[in-house]
Design a protein around this ligand. Structure first.
Ligand code: MN
Length: 199
């Protein structure tokens, strides 16, 4: 039987300091993210989901209304995407010419786009995610609740995500979600990765 595995972190535990500390990464990646993988493998063993790709488990469990399978699978996908959306300070690059142009069409400027993403992250009530996505070629900001994800939605290409579950920031920022979000948006987003996805 083929188990799903925890994707490696694309950088060292302390690479996002001080915005996301090594301690936060050790719990967030090592406990929460790893926990979703372990739980999902337990849930799918011996079921119709066993052996499917993560994307196929997400779409099949969404279709079937299997909430526990969907929540754990979507959380794995969202966390893989979150770590890939972040980068060490100075290493995130800039939006490509094509992405920048699409961002300027949608928001007026890159700064306005960052403000809209931060606003969605701050305003998401409770646990969830703030996304920058390309929808039919247009760049939009949206947020999702709990494990909900734009992954696999037709015509939607996720570009970046910010995790705003409290486990993502509470050890470093306590209740100051807005400060965590501002620091991420200003200095930790991987625009090079977003640009490669936008192509
Ligand atoms: Mn998380």
């Amino acid at each position: 039987m083929k188990e799903l595995t925890l994707a490696p972190l694309p950088y060292a535990d302390d690479a996002l300091e001080p915005v996301v500390s090594a301690k936060t990464v050790s719990f967030h990646y090592g406990k929460h993210h790893a926990g979703y993988v372990k739980t999902l493998n337990g849930l799918v063993a011996g079921t119709k989901y066993e052996g499917l790709s993560l994307e196929d488990v997400i779409s099949a469990s969404r279709e079937a209304g299997d909430a526990a399978v969907f929540n754990n699978a979507a959380q794995i996908w969202n966390h893989d995407f979150y770590w890939a959306s972040l980068s060490p300070e100075g290493k995130g690059g800039e939006p490509s010419k094509e992405l920048l142009s699409a961002i300027e069409s949608a928001f007026g400027s890159l700064d306005a786009c960052k403000d809209a993403l931060a606003d969605a992250a701050v305003k998401r009530f409770g646990s969830g995610w703030a996304w920058l996505v390309a929808k039919g070629g247009k760049i939009v900001v949206e947020s999702t609740s709990n494990a909900e994800t734009p992954a696999g939605a037709s015509g939607v290409k996720p570009l970046l995500v910010i995790d705003v579950w409290e486990h993502a920031y509470y050890l470093d920022w306590q209740n100051l979600r807005a400060a965590y979000v501002k620091a991420v948006v200003e200095s930790r987003l991987n625009w090079a990765a977003a640009s490669a996805r936008y192509k």
